[in-house]
Design a protein around this ligand. Structure first.
Ligand code: CMC
Length: 429
């Protein structure tokens, strides 16, 4: 008998089952054969929050939370962040290999030439309330793009899929910047094809009356690296939303809107905003011990700490910490950094955090950098979405072409009332 088998003995019936172990998993469907009698549905696994369930096989991102390793298509995140641009990274994530120069040039051309939004999209965005949250604007506008590109429904055509990927990658920064300009009451700035992906985004955000907006190279590089660090993170909440919605064969614009909605939550993409609010609330280094005390008493969570998968230092947090220093050389030091560094130092020495394996995650330092770059907190999850779009799209396509995948439709454990007779309204107490 193969060693890669799990023996399960059902003590209810005395029967023994041999379940194959493949890639460290057992197929949940194999459990269905374990029944007390023919009428029995069979055993299911119960896993709220999918804490121990692999929903897919994937070749996009390797993550080892215990060792703090993150790789895109096998390349360590540290090396990618050091050597590649965001678009080079997006190409790697989408097309499974590092591009050669002509492939990269062509890809950059394609993305650059899909940054414009239809004028009606602009008008659609003008309809939002003056103080609309830019994440709400992003979610709605991504969904609205579905109405402009009905060809996106051809999800089984690889060429059509590629075109929608170019559109989503190219247009997301434009929607993001328009959302910001709307919030600020400023005229929208059209994309500039002379600029890099990230340079163009900064121009659409901050260009005023000057004819040539000069992007600071350090800030451009820092933001580009932040996009790289957020580009994919395997089966997180928003990527799962993208895959789940994509599994119904919905077009990628509405699927991306769902992914962005998932990202909006404070436990996911909204966490860096919460970190910033927390650091402001702490206010000074001397207030840190009291804050830690409240966290330990269970009154609140230390935002930017802890991760479902990382039980070690998030490798992205380490890279971001270094970028922070470079950015502050240009922008001036953000006083919140001192609070963050001290908070991290104290937490990493504290038994409570050590025992629970709580380490800084990607969001702990990113918010401080964004703020130093004059990016308002409401824009933080939007910035996350610009980078993550690459991963959402790669994972969406991977799910679509995977013959083992099916429409996502989990089971439940029903614990409600057993069948009972309907009571007419007059007879109800
Ligand atoms: N501060 C204090 N205690 C914490 C924290 C925290 N930040 N995170 C987890 N814990 C405790 C939690 O109370 C629980 O304790 P106990 O076992 O005594 O009940 C234990 O650690 C395990 O927590 P959990 O909620 O079961 O773990 P999870 O894997 O479900 O949650 C998390 C992961 C990221 C939602 C959580 O760590 C958290 O809320 N962190 C703060 C929010 C945050 O920084 N989110 C950004 C995540 S990284 C970016 C992204 O992926 O979107």
């Amino acid at each position: 008998m193969s060693e890669n088998m799990l023996s399960i003995k059902d003590k209810r019936t005395g029967k023994q089952y041999e379940v194959p172990i493949e890639n460290g998993t057992i197929s949940a469907m194999q459990l269905r054969a374990i029944k007390v009698d023919e009428d029995d549905f069979g055993i299911m696994s119960y896993d709220p929050g999918f804490k121990n369930t692999a929903s897919t096989k994937s070749t996009v991102t390797y993550l080892n939370g215990e060792k703090g390793i993150l790789q895109y298509r096998g390349y360590p995140i540290e090396e990618i962040a050091e050597n590649a641009s965001f678009l080079e990274t997006a190409y790697l994530i989408l097309f499974k290999k590092l591009p050669n120069q002509s492939e990269l040039d062509d890809f950059v051309y394609q993305i650059t030439h899909h940054t414009m939004l239809h004028e009606n999209t602009k008008k659609f965005m003008e309809g939002f309330r003056y103080d609309a949250h830019p994440m709400g604007m992003l979610v709605s506008t991504l969904a609205a793009l579905s109405t402009f590109y009905p060809d996106a429904k051809n999800i089984n055509d690889p060429e059509s899929r590629k075109l929608q990927m170019f559109r989503l990658l190219g247009k997301t920064p434009t929607i993001a910047a328009y959302g910001y300009r709307h919030l600020m009451g400023l005229p929208y700035v059209y994309p500039d094809n002379e600029l890099s992906f990230t340079g163009n985004f900064l121009s659409m955000m901050f260009k005023m009356t000057e004819s040539n907006y000069k992007v600071h190279p350090v800030l451009e590089k820092a933001l580009d690296v932040l996009f790289i660090l957020h580009a994919d993170h395997e089966q997180n909440c928003s990527t799962t939303a993208m895959r789940v919605v994509g599994s119904s064969n919905a077009d990628p614009f509405v699927a991306a809107a769902s992914a962005a909605s998932a990202l909006y939550g404070p436990l996911h993409g909204g966490a860096n905003e919460m970190v910033l609010r927390m650091l402001r609330e702490i206010g000074s280094v001397s207030n840190i011990p009291n804050h830690i005390k409240r966290v330990k008493a269970g009154e609140l969570r230390l935002m930017g700490f802890g991760h479902r998968v990382y039980k070690n230092y998030d490798p992205r947090a380490r890279i971001i910490k270094n970028i922070a220093e470079q950015v502050f050389d240009v922008t001036g030091r953000n006083p919140l950094l001192d609070i963050a560094v001290e908070l991290e130092r104290i937490a990493l020495e504290d038994e409570f955090f050590i025992n629970k394996k709580l380490y800084p995650n990607v969001d702990f330092y990113s918010g401080i950098i964004y703020e130093a770059m004059k990016l308002p907190v409401d824009m933080f999850p939007v910035l996350f979405a610009i980078g993550r779009m690459a991963g959402w799209l790669a994972q969406w396509e991977e799910g679509l072409v995977d013959k083992e995948q099916a429409i996502s439709r989990p089971r439940q454990v029903y614990l409600g009332e057993k069948k009972r007779a309907f009571v007419p309204i007059a007879q109800r107490s």
